[in-house]
Design a protein around this ligand. Structure first.
Ligand code: T68
Length: 826
């Protein structure tokens, strides 16, 4: 008690939060007064939302402070998760659930005459990520908190997250995502704790009492201001931290320019510095080789490492003990510049010798790879790195030099192999292969599903696998059941709890017990009613949001994910066009067709022309199909814009069929596939990513597998793939493609979608045409299966029962056991 306080309240570690309706009402009203400066009657909905958020926050904060104190005291080993993206989704409901306050808050607000549901809709989700990778990070930190594992998530507080997607004339138009414009009640800014992060300049050697040492003389710097977010565990009293950095111009910047008397230049300089955390790069599965992106990466990892070393460790911490205290997990290559930064701090700043520092580094980092696409592996030109981070480039060179010496010792002067394994590649320009750097530095390297990890070892990094036996491992992805089952699907959760009792949300393998219920007709009826209710709820959401109607009695066939050629939204579209063409040509009687509503959700990277064209085509096919009376009541295509976490939470629980149709060997894992299965949708999918494991678990009878396997894909490439041969050989395919080419979906203008058609016919990198007929056949099986509703429901229940494995709690257990060795700290 360093303040000399004597009051008993001041002596308690934290102030007790409200946990009754009355207490909640009082605190809510107080927050309206004190934080918003309004009375209840004068408040607007945003005031109320913020006061509500503060009230929940106040409740959690006591636990949070206590957990931070305890962590400082115990110095238990923890995970520093380094990720450029966290796709968090809305916070209010999650934090209410975690704190167990949902009912109290609902009643308290009702007593104030407020419908909590309306306030919920005011929250703009923080979309600080692109897709699966960013959402995975958010699921992982939820699970770590729920499992009481010490963890800080480090990242960037982008002022603008993933763009808001609108459609104009069926084409994607991007709008800025000003998620902070009404304030963010969940964050705790700490400008006083800013770190100074340097860039540019040059390196030099100097004499340090007879020893020649290296140092960096930077050219410019910015401030990294931490914004802390609470990451509450599920009703376990644990609250971890997410720390996101925001860039601010340093005083030195202002001062220098001020002295030169150039006011306009001073403002420009400020803008330049603050640009670093201005906007999330909206590219997914393709790296952006932009200088600003490298600035972002270095900015957040340098601030995070310094934060950890200077503020999380006790002052006299023995740095040689770091591997017992921390593991830095690299979420893809985006934070890999942390490796030379860590080496620089240990050697140049802390005076440790190189070998000791390198030995520590190799135990303190681990790397997760999320792709197999060669073009997605990040590289930075030596030229750019040398300009922006000259000392780091020197360090990378030395790491590489020593690594290649070791490779030569092991494999001899096999120059081909040396060139293949070098962290520095020479073509097309001299550059640093960040995945190689991460692999050399990391204690472990993991892929994100069994197949992906295998292909990573066999195809992407085989020399490294041979050189480092035991370094490569797998951790199959997972999703948090709190958000994606309990919050997204309260009715299903209620039904499960009725059957199994409580406790399953943190022990998802218990869902297995539902297998027996699949045989119970009453349970099946209740399950089917939940699905129907979720469809009605989706109808309400889409009607309010986009004016769309979800027709009763339709199968909901859903494909939601980033728009990318490898994911093959085109294959889905060819199926729709085939179904449409079949009816309008008279080949198929409309009355014989199972009524289906196809729902797409997908953002395309703004610079990805083909992806944007495909979006245009989906909308074009949708408007023709939806306006054609010949298919009315049978086929419908809905493409709600701006698919995000919030919409996912509404869409997924309503889905009957989950589309997971990437070309085998291209989707690292997928996580949407897991969310659908756990919400009782059946999957139609290829043998790719985690689909493989889903199918193994749910069984072939409860999964619609189609298409080439990865070795078959390789075989077809090797033989020489000619998509036009498939076009020629298949009547249905030819008619579907011809219909698109004819201008039927573009008011007769054949040029609009010509690039898509010629790409399919003459290139088709992702073999859409090769898998088309298998896909159409599998869809016929889907139709037949759906005709027996009761059998379908049984399969859906078995999907839920057998997919407990895909809880991110299990992923975390695997990371802890195979990579981190960080037990819970209670
Ligand atoms: C995804 N990757 C994988 N990348 O595609 C998916 N990329 O199979 C996997 O399930 C998921 O990661 C989680 O492991 C991505 O989402 C990106 O978002 C991305 C962002 C920037 C640059 C490159």
């Amino acid at each position: 008690n360093s303040t000399g306080a004597t009051h008993p309240l001041a002596l308690a570690p934290v102030i007790a939060p409200p946990s009754t309706v009355d207490g909640f009402v009082r605190e809510f009203l107080q927050n309206l007064n004190l934080e918003r400066g309004v009375t209840l009657s004068a408040s607007n909905p945003n005031d109320r939302y913020i006061a509500l958020a503060y009230t929940v926050r106040d409740y959690l904060v006591a636990r949070w402070l206590e957990d931070q104190r305890r962590q400082r005291e115990t110095q238990a080993k923890g995970v520093c998760y380094l990720s450029a993206e966290y796709l968090l989704g809305r916070q209010l409901d999650n934090n209410l659930l975690a704190s167990g306050l949902t009912d109290i808050a609902t009643d308290a607000l009702a007593a104030c005459g407020i419908d909590i549901g309306e306030l919920r809709e005011l929250e703009v989700e923080p979309g600080l990520g692109n897709g699966g990778l960013g959402r995975l990070a958010a699921c992982f930190i939820d699970s770590l908190a729920t499992m009481s594992v010490p963890n800080v998530g480090y990242g960037i507080r982008y002022e603008y997250g993933i763009f808001r997607q609108t459609f104009v004339g069926g084409q994607q138009v991007e709008q800025p995502d000003a998620w902070l414009s009404l304030g963010s009640p969940w964050e705790f800014p700490h400008p006083e704790a800013a770190q100074t992060i340097s860039f540019g300049g040059h390196t030099e050697t100097y004499d340090d009492g007879g020893v020649t040492r290296n140092r960096w003389v930077p050219g410019w710097d910015v401030e990294a201001v931490p914004y802390n977010y609470m990451v509450p565990g599920y009703q376990n009293g644990r609250v971890n931290t997410l720390r996101l950095w925001s860039a601010k111009a340093t005083n030195s910047f202002d001062l220098r320019v001020f002295n030169s008397g150039d006011y306009e230049e001073a403002v420009r300089a400020q803008t330049f510095a603050e640009n670093i955390s201005k906007v999330l790069y909206p590219e997914d599965s393709t790296p952006q080789g932009k200088e600003l992106r490298l600035q972002q990466q270095y900015f957040f990892v340098a601030a995070s490492i310094r934060d950890f070393l200077d503020h999380q460790l006790l002052p006299d911490f023995d740095l040689t003990k770091l591997p017992e205290r921390v593991i830095f997990q690299l979420n893809d290559t985006h934070p890999v510049i942390a490796v030379p930064e860590f080496m620089r701090v240990l050697t140049d700043e802390k005076g440790m010798d190189w070998d000791a520092a390198w030995a520590i580094t190799q135990q303190c980092f681990a790397y997760t790879c999320h792709t197999l696409l060669p073009e997605a592996l990040e590289v930075w030109s030596v030229d750019l790195l040398g300009r922006l981070l000259p000392r780091h480039l020197e360090i990378i060179y030395r790491i590489n030099e020593e690594f290649l010496v070791a490779v030569r010792e092991r494999f001899g002067d096999d120059e081909m192999r040396i060139r293949n394994m070098s962290i520095i590649s020479e073509f097309p320009e001299r550059s640093v292969r960040m995945a190689y750097l991460a692999t050399v530095a990391g204690a472990k390297v993991n892929g994100v599903a069994e197949l992906h990890s295998q292909l990573l070892r066999d195809k992407v990094l085989p020399d490294f696998d041979e050189f480092y036996p035991g370094k490569f491992t797998n951790v199959t992805n997972g999703i948090t059941p709190r958000r994606f089952v309990r919050l997204a699907n309260p009715q299903l959760s209620g039904l499960i709890t009725e059957a199994l009792g409580g406790g399953w949300l943190t022990d998802m393998e218990r869902l297995r017990e539902l297998e027996a219920y699949a045989e119970d007709p009453d349970f099946r009826a209740a399950f089917a009613e939940v699905k129907a209710a979720n469809k009605r709820r989706l109808n309400d959401v889409l009607l309010a949001r986009d004016g769309f109607e979800v027709s009763d009695g339709h199968m909901l066939d859903v494909m939601v994910k980033r728009l990318h050629e490898y994911k093959r939204q085109m294959l889905k579209l060819l199926h729709i066009v085939t179904a449409y063409e079949g009816i309008v040509s008279g080949a198929v009687a409309a009355s014989d067709v199972q009524p289906r509503t196809f729902i797409f959700g997908a953002k395309a990277a703004p610079g990805y022309a083909m992806a944007k064209r495909i979006i245009h085509l989906i909308n074009a096919v949708g408007s023709v199909v939806n306006d054609d009376p010949r298919v009315e009541g049978r086929l419908k295509v809905l493409f709600p814009p701006n698919y995000n976490v919030t919409l996912a939470e509404r869409l997924i629980p309503a889905a009957d069929l989950s589309e997971q149709i990437s070309l085998a060997g291209k989707e690292a894992s997928g996580t949407g596939n897991m969310k659908f299965a756990l919400n009782g949708a059946l999957t139609i999918g290829t043998d790719d990513g985690a689909n493989v494991e889903i199918r193994q678990l749910v069984g072939d009878d409860n999964f619609f597998l189609f298409g080439m396997s990865e070795p078959e894909v390789e075989g077809l490439w090797a033989r020489g793939y000619k998509p036009s041969e498939f076009y020629q050989a298949d009547d249905h395919l030819r008619r579907a493609i011809d219909l698109i080419a004819s201008g039927a979906f573009s008011d007769g203008d054949k040029s609009v979608f010509e690039p898509i058609v010629s790409n399919l016919l003459y290139d088709d990198r992702f073999m859409v045409l090769a898998d088309y007929s298998a896909y159409i056949d599998a869809q016929a099986k889907v139709d037949a299966a759906y005709a027996d509703q009761d059998a379908w429901t049984r399969s859906a229940i078995l999907n839920v029962a057998r997919c407990g494995f895909f809880s991110s709690d299990r992923s975390m257990r695997d990371y802890i056991e195979r990579i981190w060795h960080t037990p819970p700290s209670l």
